[in-house]
Ligand binder design. Structure first.
Ligand SMILES: C[S@@+](CC[C@H](N)C(=O)[O-])C[C@H]1O[C@@H](n2cnc3c(N)ncnc32)[C@H](O)[C@@H]1O
Length: 360
């Protein structure tokens, strides 16, 4: 992954990015961080790159031409399609989903403002993405660029070693992580929760999910509104089942698989909440109809919102979408089974998570 940072303070970027895990990644070539000093493209003899704002007001504004030239100089090394991210408080705040999406790029150009910002005309011409790192105002974009480099790099293969990497971050589920503990078992009379010492993986996962929910409710209740409980309702051919399972394991740490070939499940009333998201194959030729198989899904407790369904289309629609909509689901997406092939499933899952974030 190559980062190009356009800044008035290149040393600041090198100091931060060159430290700790990103520093190691730069040394071993897993990522590169090149800086371009916007001052090198001053058009005035004095070397100044800023001026007073038209219309008056406090502060200075960075001129358009030096920024434009700085971008052009980088464009000689990158593809013309490389995204140009302007760090600014005037944007959506960076999320883990956005970070993951940016990590899909091979190179990124990051533009840092300073003073009162940058002449808007050049932003209109060169910027593809506006990103804020939080609802507060910094003196410059460098810390934002460093945050972005750090968060995106964690997704670049080889940047984190085994101990550092966690396959799934709780935030990907729109949940805060459960509390973590290490040795000693008792500290200041506080014992580590007993379940963590049992070695029972299923119990530990259930405990962690409930602690995650509790913590999110206390500290970030707003996140809970987009924290879906994701399940695959599988039936039919083994390959389709596996693909559905793979999709939900890419979407959520806590995804559940329910086998709807089992008569018992078909007969059991299942109450569906508005924060449920079901991945369901459609278009399959099976002995019993879709409507019969899922007759006992009962949507309740919607609080004005609908649970979501993601349909994996394995053949022609036989009315499955209409059936689910009549039941009270909102169909978030219909994705062809081919989008769940091994080399595409991660991108498909990310696309769905982006849609979920946007839909809330
Ligand atoms: C003092 S700020 C300019 C703020 C600008 N006058 C405004 O109100 O939008 C200077 C630079 O810091 C960076 N910056 C400030 N706050 C930021 C934030 N929350 N996220 C990302 N970059 C930020 C931007 O690059 C901005 O151009």
């Amino acid at each position: 992954m190559h980062f190009y940072v356009l800044t008035l303070f290149p040393d600041l970027i090198h100091t931060i990015a060159g430290t700790s895990i990103t520093g190691r990644a730069i040394k071993n070539g897993t990522i590169t961080v090149d800086t371009v000093d916007i001052r090198d493209f001053a058009v005035r003899k004095t070397g100044r790159i800023d001026d007073y704002p038209y219309g008056g007001g406090a502060g200075l504004v960075i001129e358009a031409e030096p920024v434009f030239q700085a971008v052009e100089s980088v464009r000689k090394k990158t593809s013309q399609k490389t995204r140009v991210v302007y760090l600014t408080p005037q944007a959506q705040v960076l999320t883990q989903t956005k970070v993951e999406e940016l990590a899909g790029e091979e190179e990124l150009i990051l533009l840092c403002g300073h003073y009162e910002g940058i002449d808007d005309r050049v932003l209109e011409e060169v910027v593809t993405d506006y990103i804020s790192i939080g609802d507060y105002v910094l003196t410059g974009g460098e810390l934002g660029a460093a945050v972005l480099i750090d968060a995106v790099s964690r997704f670049v293969p080889g940047v984190l070693n085994n101990e550092e990497s966690s396959q799934f971050e709780s935030l990907q589920d729109n949940l805060l992580e459960y509390p973590q503990y290490t040795r000693p078992e008792v500290w200041h009379d506080k014992a580590v929760p007993g379940v963590l010492l049992t070695g029972d993986h299923a119990k530990i996962e259930a405990y962690r999910r409930s602690e995650s929910l509790k913590r999110t409710k206390e500290r970030r209740p707003d996140l809970l509104e987009k924290s879906y409980r994701i399940s695959a309702l599988v039936y039919g051919p083994e390959e389709t089942r596996q693909r559905a399972e793979r999709l939900i394991s890419e979407m959520s740490r806590y995804g559940a698989v329910l086998d709807y070939d089992r008569k018992k499940l078909q007969k059991t009333r299942r109450t569906v909440h508005y924060l449920d998201l079901y991945v369901i194959p459609t278009g399959l030729e099976t002995e019993i109809s879709f409507a019969e198989r899922f007759r006992n899904l009962i949507v309740t407790d919607t609080e004005g919102r609908k649970p979501l369904a993601v349909l994996i289309t394995c053949g022609e629609d036989k009315g499955e979408k209409a059936f689910l909509e009549n039941k009270g689901f909102s169909v978030l997406a219909q994705i062809p089974e081919s989008d769940l092939a091994d080399d595409r499933v991660a991108a498909t899952a990310l696309g769905l998570r982006e849609r979920i974030d946007r839909s809330v």
